[in-house]
Design a protein around this ligand. Structure first.
Ligand code: CU
Length: 145
């Protein structure tokens, strides 16, 4: 098991060597960084989710937006027309957030989850449920300082 803090430090070091600074990465029109924070698989392995967060990546305490780029794991084709719901959850403490996020579907398989309110430090999950041709689940994990 890799300690998440060690992993985060390694990512920061890698970023500084490639010149991929935060300010440069945040220059896109949408406010999401150029590089994904992570890529997740759905529980059945058929979908891939590129995860980006704004205004900071990784997300920080308070209100965040999360962008998912969803593609077919086999073909790489963007998955449009999905219905996605997202629930913030703090597994160690067994509670969610007081704010229900909203999900907006954009073009090219991009979905934006807004008002992800991570109100306390610690490990949060965002549990996403995806329905379309079939249903899928994916869990994003963030360590909030
Ligand atoms: Cu908590």
């Amino acid at each position: 098991v890799i300690d998440p803090k060690t992993m985060l430090a390694a990512i920061c070091i890698a970023a500084s060597f490639t010149g991929c600074s935060g300010s440069e990465a945040d220059s896109s029109a949408t406010g999401f960084p150029e590089h994904a924070l992570t890529t997740l698989e759905s529980d059945d392995g058929t979908l891939l989710f590129d995860v980006r967060t704004s205004p900071s990546q990784p997300p920080s305490r308070g209100s965040n937006n999360v962008q998912l780029r969803v593609r077919d794991a086999a073909t790489g084709a963007p998955k449009e027309g999905l219905s996605i719901s997202a629930v913030p959850w703090m597994p160690a403490m067994g509670h969610g957030s007081s704010v229900q996020p909203s999900v907006t579907s954009l073009s090219d398989g991009v979905y934006e989850i807004s008002n992800v309110y991570l109100f306390m430090p610690g490990r949060w999950e965002i549990r996403a449920e995806v329905t379309g041709d079939t249903s899928h689940h994916a869990v994003m994990t963030f360590d909030v300082l």
